[in-house]
Design a binder for this molecule. Structure first.
Ligand code: FES
Ligand code: MG
Length: 571
């Protein structure tokens, strides 16, 4: 079979004025003629930024990728895209996930690239890059930045999930504010993203289980030299992927998505995984619905004993053999024949894995926890669904009836949660509205709202909490998230009032509020929207077009792809 002409030839293979323009300005970087002679041009899509601390080591990582590309006879070109730092961006990095995906999509399509390496790390940088790349669909490989080393404070291991505990400890006076300062430095002591099975780690596991990275990508710590080796090997491999024309759409089949969902359940991955995977499926044209997550996760026990559902850290997962050992433990549950970035099937990849610590990675027959990683709830409170992570919740609250204590928005919550006259006890259900995609806007990670101080002081550590927002992948508790339709859409959730009786039945997968249809209709008549949705620029575009959480919160006009062809020239 004749080799397919490289896409970049439509730029660099040209004669006359157009070829001159496409090559001449590149030569100001000191590039010799032969680089333009039929070499695969590989873009390195870099989310390096000092404002995204989790990705701050990516300039170095990119050098390793380049080495691999050069070694394989490719022509590497690094380019920046919008970087989304989870911790600094207000009102939430999630508001900008779709914007960054547009940047990635258009940057890949508009430029003379034959293949692309996506450098992803902090939470939103992975889904935004994969979403954007899917809408173009050229050969693509993901290199994750890797997790931080496990934090260590006065001999105690710690990671991001401990923030939520320390925050409560300061509020109740168990530790002093000053001690938090030393904890800060002890927690983030190396390059990399959050060291627990939070969203960034879940995303790294997602790309590996989808087959978008080389095996082992998810768990190698950022500070470990083997991370650079993986980056170099990925650079080497992408050149070959271009020759094979192995595109995202060849790898991202429905079966690959099913594998990723099962793996996320087995590792106790983030609830944010649901939203991002739905958005990615939408871009590549694979049918995937919220209910699929429940059906596919249902019988998968937790086998990776990692925080926040378990005990250990990503560094421990790496020493235990990494994600391939988890995949191998799921043999018989996963689709074995899914093709991956290295050209091998997922089963061929994991068959070589060796486990080194059966406490960190257990087996399906003897899991460390039988609770499901994810459950999807429906009922009159969430007509289009809601998400809970039972593995990080309290077993005694899985069946619960309680009276709602409603906060209309985040300001209302912050103003009243610790007041003495708030009528609340541990059987109450905390309800937070207007933190959804449109309502906030951007769907922030505030769903694991802190408990009222007076409840914490009784020694109570968990209560049922419901919102239309998200929760950090590092968070835990009996927290129901992603209620759809969100309050800002004026659905049933917007109508709940303090004192309404809410029934949660996780086993029955239901979430209901005891309001008669007549009463509901009456409340809808009287309803005045809380958040006036205004804005200009991107925020206006976003609020006008963002879809609800059960559809992945992508913008309606971004679903699908436009391929890689651009017919017209620039001059
Ligand atoms: Fe970047 Fe957690 S803040 S991964
Ligand atoms: Mg987060």
């Amino acid at each position: 079979m004749a080799e397919k002409e490289l896409r970049s030839r439509a730029w660099f293979g040209r004669k006359g004025k157009d070829g001159f323009i496409y090559r001449a300005w590149m030569k100001n970087q000191g590039i010799p003629d032969y680089e333009f002679e039929n070499k695969p041009v590989i873009g390195i899509c870099n989310t390096w930024s000092e404002l995204t601390p989790c990705n701050a080591h990516f300039r170095e990582l990119s050098e390793s990728v380049k080495r691999g590309i050069l070694e394989a006879g490719g022509f590497p070109v690094e380019f920046p895209v919008m970087s989304l730092g989870e911790t600094l961006m207000k009102p939430t990095a999630m508001l900008y996930r779709n914007l960054a995906s547009m940047d990635v999509e258009e940057s890949i399509r508009a430029n003379p690239l034959d293949g692309v390496v996506l450098l992803c790390g902090c939470d939103k940088t992975t889904p935004s890059l994969v979403m954007g790349a899917c809408s173009v669909d050229i050969p693509t490989i993901v290199v994750s930045g890797g997790p931080m080393l496990t934090g260590n404070h006065r001999g105690q291991q710690l990671g991001t999930s401990d923030i939520w505990r320390y925050h409560d400890d300061v509020r109740t006076g168990k530790i002093l504010e000053e001690e938090l300062l030393t904890i800060e430095a002890a927690m983030c002591r190396s390059h990399g993203h959050c060291a627990v099975m939070g969203t960034a780690s879940s995303m790294a596991c997602m790309v590996e289980s989808l087959g978008l990275s080389l095996p082992g990508n998810a768990a190698i710590p950022a500070a470990d030299s083997r991370r650079k080796v993986l980056a170099q090997l990925s650079g080497l491999r992408i050149v070959q992927m271009v020759k094979e024309d192995l595109k995202l759409s060849d790898i991202l089949t429905r079966k690959a998505f099913e594998n990723a969902i099962k793996v996320n359940a087995a590792i106790g991955g983030s609830t944010n995984f649901v939203i991002h995977l739905l958005a990615i499926a939408g871009r590549i044209g694979v049918q995937l619905e919220l209910k699929d997550f429940d059906a596919l996760s249902k019988n998968i026990p937790l086998i990776a004993n990692l925080q926040p559902s378990g005990k250990y850290f990503m560094e421990d997962l790496f020493y235990a053999g990494g994600l391939p050992v988890v995949l191998k433990a799921l043999d018989g549950i996963l689709h074995r024949d899914c093709i991956t970035a290295n050209g091998q099937t997922i089963a061929a990849n994991y068959s070589k894995a060796i486990g080194y610590n059966s406490e960190v990675i257990t087996t399906v027959d003897a899991p460390f926890n039988t609770a499901t990683g994810l459950a999807i709830l429906t009922g009159n409170l969430c007509e289009n669904g809601a998400v809970i992570k039972p593995s990080a919740a309290s077993p005694h609250l899985m069946q619960h009836i309680g009276k709602a204590v409603v906060f209309e928005n985040i300001e209302d919550f912050k103003a009243r949660i610790d007041t003495d006259d708030l009528e609340v006890d541990e059987t109450s259900v905390l309800v937070l509205k207007n933190v959804g995609p449109r309502g906030y806007p951007g769907m922030p990670e505030v769903g694991n709202m802190g408990l009222p101080k007076k409840i914490l002081e009784k020694g109570v550590q968990d209560m049922v909490r419901i919102s239309d927002g998200r929760m950090s992948g590092t968070g835990f508790g009996t927290v129901i998230l992603h209620v759809s339709p969100e309050a800002a859409m004026g659905g049933n959730f917007a109508m709940i009032r303090t004192g309404d009786v809410i029934t949660l039945d996780v086993a029955g997968r239901s979430l209901n509020v005891a309001i008669t249809p007549e009463e509901l209709a009456e409340r809808k008549k009287q309803y005045i929207p809380q958040n006036e949705i205004t804005g200009r620029g991107y925020v206006k575009l976003y609020t006008d077009h963002v879809q609800q959480a059960h559809l992945g919160a992508d913008m309606d006009f971004l679903v699908g792809g436009s391929g890689s062809k651009v017919l017209r020239d620039s001059h």
